[in-house]
Design a protein around this ligand. Structure first.
Ligand SMILES: *Cc1c(COP(=O)(O)O)cnc(C)c1O
Length: 404
């Protein structure tokens, strides 16, 4: 077998389909977010980042940086092992306590990423729960899907955010089935929000456990940044709340929170927890500082909402079509893969605006988009520059405008 040719052919196929991914090489500038430097063809260009998941700019917050500096100086670089073999540091325990408190749960368990937390928790629950069927929302994230698949549990897909469809599927379950309902709160591509209360009602009616991915909501929603379930007073009705430390909290890592027994169970049986080095103490300390800060400060969340609303209003004024949704994610619809890529290339090269094009298979064909994530650090002039540039390109591409 000619391995090299095999690799090249597969990559060429991707290029031909327009699905080859090109990464922007950035140098984030501490204290300057969302401004960054972009390395391109041996040059360095100033850009404004419009697609970061560091939603609140916590990646440069003084409390977070101070906590990380202190921990690094005090404890050194790495954790020193897996959690089981010398890797459990005091910082990990403090972080887990902070997370349990954030979600009003007895306990929490941290992982190396949100991806790993979903993969490990769902695969362990699906494998170990007797006669388990997992009821999965049709738009669940890849990390959840991989975890469920790996578990080999029975899997039923319910129509996205469709509580009646979920109810129907749960009604069909055979006697003796252990039911687990897995879904997200804020869906990252459309920015829509699940009807959590109605899902809990249906799950409870059928005696099902609930597993909620709040990755795009923690830090951002609820009086203490506990997510949509906190905002709606529903945290105690969810069996497992999963989140990331890498998006609004600005650092890295993932977690689940739930009862003491559930967390202990996953700790004791999940391969993706047991056989991997724990996150560095400095990362854990930074995440703890970020969570603590956002529990007590609404300023960032308030101004974040203001920035999102300002961007939407200015897009409307120019007739640039964007998906109406109740979240902080602003998908500007291009609905054409070639134009979507072209617009994002020109935005970057000619306007210094960095937004990654979102094409198939991340979203269905014909719904290609630019996904903007305004932060409290995007100024009015950043927004004006963006909307002006989009308006220019909308004309050049002869794309239709929305009627106000
Ligand atoms: C990003 C993401 C994850 C994974 O979190 P990481 O910490 O980035 O690994 C999980 N679920 C959803 C819905 C996500 O968008």
């Amino acid at each position: 077998m000619d391995f090299e040719n095999f690799f090249q052919d597969a990559l060429n196929d991707l290029r031909q389909e327009g699905n080859y991914r090109v990464f922007a090489e950035l140098e984030r500038q501490q204290g300057e977010f969302p401004n960054a430097k972009r390395h391109v063809d041996g040059n360095v260009q100033d850009v404004t980042v419009w697609c970061s998941n560091d939603y609140l700019g916590m990646g440069q917050h003084p409390d977070v940086l101070q906590a990380m500096h202190n921990a690094l100086d005090k404890y050194g670089a790495g954790a020193g092992g897996t959690r089981n073999i010398s890797g459990t540091n005091h910082s990990h325990i403090l972080l887990e306590k902070e997370l349990a408190d954030l979600h009003g749960k007895e306990d929490a368990l941290i992982f190396t990423s949100g991806y790993v937390s979903n993969w490990a928790a769902l695969s362990t629950l699906g494998t170990k729960l007797p006669n388990c069927t997992i009821y999965s929302d049709a738009l669940n994230h890849a990390s959840m899907i991989e975890g469920m698949r790996h578990s080999k549990a029975n899997r039923k897909i319910w129509k996205h955010n469709d509580v009646e469809d979920l109810d129907r599927l749960l009604s069909e379950a055979e006697e003796g089935t252990t039911k687990l309902v897995a879904f997200e709160s804020v869906y990252s591509m459309d920015g829509d929000i699940a009807p959590i209360k109605e899902i809990c009602d249906v799950a409870e009616k059928h005696g099902a456990m609930t597993y909620l991915d709040e990755v795009h909501a923690v830090g951002l929603y609820g009086p203490r940044g506990g997510g949509i379930a906190e905002r709606e007073g529903l945290m105690d009705r969810i069996t497992v709340i999963e989140g990331t430390l890498g998006k609004a909290f600005g650092v890295m890592g993932g977690y689940i929170s739930g009862s003491e027994a559930l967390c202990d169970f996953v700790r004791s049986f999940a391969s993706g927890f047991i056989f991997t080095t724990a996150i560095p103490p400095s990362i854990a300390a930074g995440a703890t500082a970020s969570i603590k800060y956002l529990k007590n400060s609404d300023k960032e969340r308030d101004y974040h909402r203001n920035r999102v609303e300002t961007l939407r209003n200015k897009l409307d004024a120019m007739g640039i079509p964007h998906l109406a949704n109740p979240s902080h994610i602003v998908p500007v619809m291009v609905n054409d893969p070639v134009k979507c890529k072209w617009i994002s290339d020109i935005l970057l090269d000619s306007y210094g605006i960095y937004v990654q094009p979102i094409n198939y298979p991340t979203v269905p064909k014909g719904t290609e988009r630019l996904r903007f994530t305004p932060s409290p650090f995007h100024s009015d002039s950043d927004i004006d520059h963006l909307v002006g540039a989009l308006s220019d390109l909308w004309s050049q591409c002869a794309l239709s405008r929305a009627v106000a």
